[in-house]
Design a protein around this ligand. Structure first.
Ligand SMILES: C[S@@+](CC[C@H](N)C(=O)[O-])C[C@H]1O[C@@H](n2cnc3c(N)ncnc32)[C@H](O)[C@@H]1O
Length: 350
């Protein structure tokens, strides 16, 4: 018997497995760590509008030139900085967002996403997936927000600044589409330091506002909302826990990126709203959906982070609508706010 050579090689059998594709993903913590290092070193500020060498940048930020070149080389693989033909580094659209003087700076959000305590949580994701619960309380003995505020004040400060940066990114888009016609008072529940509320009040000069958040967050409210601030006379700052109470006497309530706590608590919060609010009050919920195309890598990663930290989630569109209806709200509409966020427009029962 003679063996004929195989004339048509089997493409499938010969295809090289995507080893790099897998290993790059397995090492993707290095991308997060490199971004954090860039922020901690102040690299984006050190690199001005003209190209710089790794040596010049190293001198400017006080780093080892060889190690900094290696960091820059890794970051350029993710389009954070790029290298010109002379081997000098220049900004990209992405690295410009790390400049602290940029109006749309996101440096604090990068720090918040990569705080030192986050790394231990990610290593225990399998435990959360087995149990369906957070690992945070088990690790630290306190609920997430309590631990951040009580034990990690520097992280708490990063968080507040990060939320303001996140709000700044979307505040104009939200303020432009928020249905506030006819409203006399708007409350931002879990409104952070009030950047969005301040933007809404600036947009709608006849509307009054309520900023509701945890006591330590409200204490650091946006200067425009505090005593002596340009909007202070039109604002009430209310410290509290929305799982226990929601302010009354408000025409429109805004919940932006706050219903990711566990579903039972989210329904309690919305049911508190139904109890406290006047009949027919407007309710606007702004969220990232995990089944939303363009923002899906981001929202699914945030979904897992919320599982780890608070046993919470980023919802699918139908999942969130289900909670809203379970709490007794009447849904009118769901519309996009921007390329990665949606707005559910609802009301308390008439
Ligand atoms: C992800 S941040 C969103 C902040 C802001 N709405 C935004 O979109 O930028 C969640 C906010 O909810 C607040 N928060 C969390 N749990 C809360 C609770 N039980 N009662 C009141 N505020 C709460 C946090 O302090 C934080 O400011």
């Amino acid at each position: 018997m003679t063996m004929e050579p195989n004339a048509e090689p089997n493409a499938e059998a010969n295809a090289e497995p995507d080893v790099l594709g897998l290993l790059e993903r397995a090492l993707s913590a290095s991308c997060a760590a490199s971004l954090r290092a860039a922020v901690k070193l102040g690299l984006a500020d050190a690199l001005g509008d003209t190209p710089s060498t790794a040596e010049d940048l190293a001198a400017a930020v006080g780093a080892d030139p060889d190690a900094l070149r290696r960091l820059l080389r890794s970051l350029t693989c993710y389009e954070v900085f790029t290298e010109d033909p002379e081997g000098r580094y220049v900004h990209t659209e992405v690295s410009r967002l790390l400049r602290t003087d940029a109006a749309d700076a996101l440096d604090q959000l990068v720090l918040w996403m990569t705080e030192p305590w986050t790394w231990e949580l990610w290593g225990r994701l399998d435990e959360s997936v087995r149990s369906g619960k957070d690992v945070f309380v088990d690790l630290h003995g306190r609920e997430f927000f309590e631990q951040v505020h009580v034990a990690w004040p520097e992280s708490a400060a990063v968080f507040d600044r990060a939320m303001t940066q996140a709000s700044r990114q979307s505040a104009a888009a939200v303020a432009a589409v928020l249905p506030l016609s006819g409203a006399r008072t708007v409350a931002d529940i879990g409104g952070g330091q009030g950047f969005l509320l301040a933007s809404l009040l600036e947009h709608h000069p006849d509307v009054r506002g309520v900023l509701f958040d945890r006591p330590d967050v409200v204490a650091g409210a946006d200067a425009r909302l505090r005593d002596g601030g340009a909007l202070a006379e039109r604002v009430r700052l209310v410290a509290g826990d929305c799982r226990e109470e929601i302010p009354a006497d408000v025409d429109t309530y805004v919940f932006k990126n706050i219903l990711g706590m566990n579903d039972e608590d989210a329904v309690v919060v919305l049911a508190n709203l139904v109890k406290a609010a006047p009949a027919g009050a407007g309710v606007v919920i702004v969220e990232n959906f995990v089944d939303d195309g363009p923002g899906q890598r981001f929202s699914t990663a945030m979904d897992l982070r919320m599982l780890l930290t608070v046993g919470g989630r980023k919802h699918t569109r139908d999942g969130l609508l289900g909670l809203v209806e379970r709490a007794g709200l009447v849904v009118h509409d769901v519309t996009p706010v921007n390329s990665y966020q949606h707005m559910i427009v609802a009301a308390t029962p008439a």
